[in-house]
Design a protein around this ligand. Structure first.
Ligand code: ADP
Ligand code: MG
Length: 865
């Protein structure tokens, strides 16, 4: 049997260690991939698949990319969640005996990318680890390698909470041990769409002692080590910028489950998954990328501590009032570079002199900023000013060492300033002196030979030379010059003196370039030691930026400062912060809300499209804005500090995990009921819609009753089940409110105004009319509605089905075919389901799903009585 070539053997040996990555195998100017890697890469990257003889009969599938274009391809693969192992030639092919030695120098994974082109500057890029322990507790760690921050949290048992914690975070990769139960692995990949990586061997590395210093629990250390071990293994470079892991005490923050994060569209919208249209989008008036990243973290972790909230609000108020200072501050923030990511790059050793100039310029902004902040009459802001410590020594170092406009390359000199280093100055003196001598020589030779066009030039091959045009050659004295090169019109000569000087100049230049590089790396090392200082500065600046952003957005959008109490929540003329921004006509209708212990449940009725969902989300968003320390969209707000917010809003189908709408509804409702306390806020929006009318209604009622009797959480409950409004008779803490709509010339006009009491009528049919359904159909529906309304609708039992009542569907059929038949229960339920569809509240995909569901029911059995 034919044997593989030695190179292919080498390939397979290396590939064996990187099974789950694309192996980019360096061959001359290309990275090549072979076998399955090649087949898969050619598909993912749309590059041509070729073949190569590998020694066996069958040629080997292969594809390749030029090494200089690799970054784009790597980015493409990593964004898709793949890993890429870069395998380089680690010895000079010219001197190598046999196959050139190759090694994997870096494993690029979604969570470990550092290249700025692969990172979004306003988003973090986390790699996380999850460790599970015998007592069924979990520890979660996440780390942003580009900024060096890391966080760690301990979960006593509930894996659901782990998923809720991870959800919506920019986590690209999770490191786990391979014996994590399959079911949990599956949940991680299905629900979070992350790349899983494995690290089984966990050893504590003494090098990281100081960043683990604050971890007082074996489990925390073990979990952090798992992540660090993995990073060490993949990255093979310095991680000096990693900061101490910040322990997240989960019960110090308002907890938002994954459904709330999604439904409230805090940082991205449900449908497009983009920032635009989210709360973050409205609030992000930060100037720096660092600030923007911090804002996102604040939105995802609102505070519970009244003092902390008040401190933030105080600062926001200070910035709000100090308009001129705020504008000036925003102006200076514009020239502050991303210090956090810069610190990361310094640690990784890939900064150039231009970065250091940017660093210097950023730092030089600090004294001015500090003075500005100190001049504002506000304790919180003055406190922040105090934290802005000017690293004078660092600025001085940069000022003295780095030239103002250095080149991108750090290997070609022109980086270090004169006067910084004595030996460098000497080389430069020698070189400059030599050049001066040459300039003088040119003048002297011109004069002596009387050749005006004589000149001294330089090229890489011949060095310095004296050039004389052919016409003037006869003027040269004999013997003094040595001919070196002949051109068409001129001859080039050298002299021993010239060569001697040349030697000095070149040597000095070469040495000075080398020395500059050494000096630059020394400076970089000196700055590396200062990384923690840069990181704390970055944190203070980010905080200042977010607080000024709150002031800026509060002023621009007319928000007001909330107060906090324990008794009564009261918002006057509240608005939905996002919808009011996207409505171009500026006609958002503000509404009040009151919730207290006496009346803690609001049951909201009103026609579709009237504004029920908006009203509910509005309260949640106002609560969150208040608890992150921002002013809120209303005239006056007295808020309660909520410990958790739960939501079940709209008919958003959980398409990703493939569960049915009703199942999702029940999961979300269950999650709320299982975890809410009396200090929580629950929003249940049209719960029970996902199933046939009467089970849905029964469940909805049971849920309200349960919350009323056992949980006592503040609750907003919207429903299209009119029957539920009668609950205010049996549930003392329930209050009916409705969204007002008026009928005008047979059409419904939405006023979006919240009023006391239950809505008196369903306007669904009018909405259908607005949607241009046939007149005949609308007429029939009105008749049916009247009949249904005249029934004694009982909440607990399904109203009896009128067996001789015809659906408008059948009425139409009867008209056409003169057939007589009576609808059965199934038909009625389909018709009911059709009637209950909120066309305005559905995406086309949701509509398709609903239609498909109904069709399935119809097709199951031929409808017969
Ligand atoms: P419902 O849940 O009652 O079906 P929504 O809350 O989804 O209604 O609101 C439907 C639409 O009505 C929203 O998309 C918005 O355009 C508009 N709307 C809702 N509330 C208001 C309001 N207070 N002021 C102005 N327009 C509103
Ligand atoms: Mg709604």
């Amino acid at each position: 049997m034919a044997k593989l070539t030695p190179m292919m053997e080498q390939y397979l040996r290396i590939k064996a260690d990187y099974q789950d990555a694309f192996l980019f195998f360096r061959l001359g100017d290309f990275y090549e991939m072979f076998f399955d890697d090649a087949i898969k890469a050619s598909r993912e990257l749309e590059i041509t698949l070729t073949k190569r003889d590998g020694g066996k009969e069958e040629p080997i599938p292969m594809c390749g990319i030029p090494y200089h274009a690799a970054e784009g391809y790597i980015k493409n693969l990593v964004e898709k969640g793949y890993k890429v192992a870069i395998c380089e030639q680690v010895e000079d092919p010219k001197t190598a005996k046999g196959v050139v030695k190759r090694e994997v120098v870096q494993l690029i994974t979604p969570g470990t990318v550092m290249e700025s082109t692969m990172l979004n500057e306003r988003n973090n890029n986390y790699i996380a680890s999850l460790s599970h322990f015998n007592d069924s507790s979990f520890v979660v760690v996440y780390c942003d390698l580009s900024t060096g921050e890391s966080r760690i949290a301990h979960f006593s048992s509930d894996f659901d909470r782990v998923i809720h914690e991870f959800y919506n975070q920019p986590i690209k990769e999770i490191v786990v041990s391979s014996n994590l139960p399959e079911e949990l692995k599956k949940q991680l990949t299905d629900k979070l769409q992350v790349t899983l990586s494995y690290q089984d061997e966990v050893t504590f590395n003494g090098e990281y002692r100081n960043i683990c210093e604050n971890l007082n629990d074996e489990r925390l250390i073990k979990a952090f080590s798992r992540l660090l071990n993995y990073i060490q293994y993949t990255q093979k470079r310095s991680l000096d910028h990693l900061q101490q892991a910040e322990i997240i005490e989960l019960d110090h923050f308002l907890s938002l489950d994954m459904y709330s994060k999604r439904n409230l569209e805090l940082t991205e919208t449900i449908l497009k998954k983009g920032r635009h249209g989210s709360l973050l989008w409205v609030l992000d008036k930060t100037v720096t990328a660092m600030g923007s990243r911090m804002l996102k973290k604040w939105i995802e972790r609102p505070l519970l501590d009244k003092i902390q909230i008040t401190n933030r609000l105080d600062a926001v108020q200070g910035f709000y009032q100090a308009f001129m200072e705020r504008e000036e501050l925003r102006e200076s923030l514009k020239s502050v570079y991303d210090l956090e990511r810069l610190a990361g790059r310094i640690a990784f050793g890939n900064v150039n002199a231009r970065d250091l100039i940017q660093l210097k310029k950023s730092l030089k902004r600090l004294p001015g900023m500090k003075e500005l902040l100190a001049s504002i009459d506000n304790n919180q802001i003055n406190h922040l000013a105090n934290l802005l410590e000017y690293p004078e020594d660092l600025v001085e170092l940069l000022e003295n060492s780095i030239m103002e406009e250095p080149p991108i390359s750090i290997k070609e000199g022109s980086i270090i300033k004169d006067g910084y280093h004595e030996q460098l100055d000497k080389y430069r003196y020698a070189s400059r002196n030599g050049k001066k001598w040459i300039a003088e020589l040119e003048q002297k030779e011109k004069k002596e030979t009387n050749i005006k066009s004589l000149k001294i030039g330089y090229n890489r091959v011949f060095g310095y030379y004296i050039e004389v045009t052919k016409a003037n050659l006869h003027l040269l004295p004999e013997g003094k010059y040595e001919r070196k090169q002949t051109l068409t019109n001129a001859e080039r000569f050298i002299t021993p003196d010239l060569k001697e000087k040349e030697q000095l100049i070149l040597e000095a230049e070469e040495k000075s370039v080398e020395l500059e590089y050494t000096l630059f790396t020394e400076i970089r090392e000196k700055i590396k030691i200062q990384i923690p200082r840069l990181q704390s500065l970055a944190e203070v600046i980010s905080k200042i930026d977010v607080l000024q952003a709150f002031a800026t957005v509060s002023e621009a959008n007319n928000y007001n400062r909330p107060t906090f109490t324990d008794e009564k929540l009261q918002v006057k003329n509240g608005r939905h912060p996002v919808i009011e921004q996207v409505m171009d006509d500026g006609t958002f209708v503000p509404n009040d809300i009151v919730l207290d212990d006496e009346k803690s449940i609001l049951l909201i009725t009103g026609p579709n499209m009237s504004g029920k969902s908006t009203y509910m989300r509005q309260l949640a968003l106002i609560a969150i804005m208040g608890q992150i320390g921002c002013f809120v969209p209303c005239d006056e707000a007295q808020l309660i500090i909520f410990d958790q917010i739960f939501t079940r809003i709209g008919a958003a189908d959980d398409l990703v995990s493939g569960q049915s709408t009703f199942m999702v509804e029940m999961l979300e409702a269950n999650h709320a009921i299982a975890h809410a306390t009396e200090r929580s806020l629950i929003l249940l929006d049209e719960i029970g819609r996902g199933t046939s009318t009467y089970d849905g209604m029964a469940l909805a009622q049971a849920i309200v009753e349960y919350i009323h009797d056992h949980i006592h959480a503040k609750t907003l409950f919207s429903t299209h089940y009119h029957e539920l409004t009668a609950l205010d008779e049996s549930l003392s803490k329930l209050r009916n409110i409705h969204v007002r709509a008026e009928e005008y010339e047979g059409n419904v006009v939405f006023l979006h105004q919240i009023k006391e009491g239950a809505a008196d009528k369903s306007y669904g049919i009018h909405v259908a009319q607005l949607a241009n359904l046939p007149d005949k159909l609308i007429e029939r529906a009105s008749i049916i509605l009247k009949q249904l309304e005249s029934d004694d609708a009982s909440v607990i039992q399904s109203p009896p089905v009128e067996s001789n009542q015809l659906s408008f569907f059948e009425e139409a059929v009867k008209e056409e075919n003169k057939l007589t038949s009576v609808p059965n229960e199934k038909e009625l339920s389909i018709l009911n389901a059709l009637d209950n569809i909120d066309l305005f509240d559905m995406t086309p995909l949701e509509a398709m799903n609903e239609l498909h569901r109904l069709q399935k029911i119809v097709r199951k059995k031929v409808i017969t009585k």
